[in-house]
Design a protein around this ligand. Sequence first.
Ligand code: TYM
Length: 324
Amino acid sequence: MRIFSGIQPTGVLHLGNYFGAIKQWVDLQKGNECIYCIVDYHALTNEDMVPEEMRQARESLAMDLLACGIDPNKSILFVQSDVPEHTELCWILGCVTSFGDLTRMTQFKQKAKEQEFVNAGLFYYPVLQAADILLYLADHVPVGEDQLQHLELSRRIARRFNYRFGELFPEPQPILSKGARIMSLADPTRKMSKSYGPEHYIGLMEAEDSIYRKVRSAVTDMGLQPGQDMSPGVANLFLLLELVAPADLVEDFRVRHKAGKLLYKDLKETLFKYLVEFLSPIRERRRELEARGEIKEILAAGAAKARKIAREVIREARERVGLS
Ligand code: TYM
């Protein structure tokens, strides 16, 4: 399989990113051709992004990804704006994208509602995402659940292009993991996300006392909806525990919960302990990477490899539509 996925350099990598996407990125490196992209053009749609932060965040995220286990000898890791073919294909694909489809993107509608000035990049965001994937003729895309609608649109765009100009692009399929939807600990009805503020995410490199505070104050008492045996907050804590702790321990906690004998304080303390244990080797590797300082070279080499593929595909796409 050819795998492609992307992540925005927006400052911190959080548990939602890790369990929703990055863990799969790492696992998929075995036996597949993987291309992973730091999507700085997408991050530019964020009104709060300042130039200095952008410059710094891309390399910092790249080091985070390597610390998580992305291996530049196995995968291509690069920065989107180092490969200008992304924006060129974006324009071509925009011309086979339905305006109506773009107006129906829930992420766009949500973001547009939350801000006063809505830049056009935000509207065009999903076309650029389709271009990212199709530029490498990727057939599988490991993502969290929040990206499913964008991927569905990528498939529609591929189909429309193929129909008009002849078969070129595969229709990319999502790969979802168990952690495809990690919720905010402070408000478990919303996904874990940086955009809601610091209480709503746990960063992989965050200070332990801050993680402790967030886990201990996680909301658990929201009450049950019909058909639920756990409130959303408790279910989220169990999901996280499952992702970091041994299966028999989680099973024991489930039994205690069912019997009404589980103290949430115990659940939280245990989750904190396993989270810290789980994060510690990642943090250690991150420190080493920072000290080694080779990240610029790694990203430049990644961009050169990505560009080799991108050039071929863009050449073919230009020919198909009659631009060359
Ligand atoms: P981004 O940068 O918001 O998030 C990166 C990845 O993390 C996943 N994710 C989550 N998974 C589970 N629970 C959560 N709370 C959670 N929060 C984030 C996202 O689903 C994503 O997989 N549009 C993309 C970036 C992108 C892209 C692409 C992805 C640009 N081009 C091409 C795939 C293919 C985004 O904003 O991801």
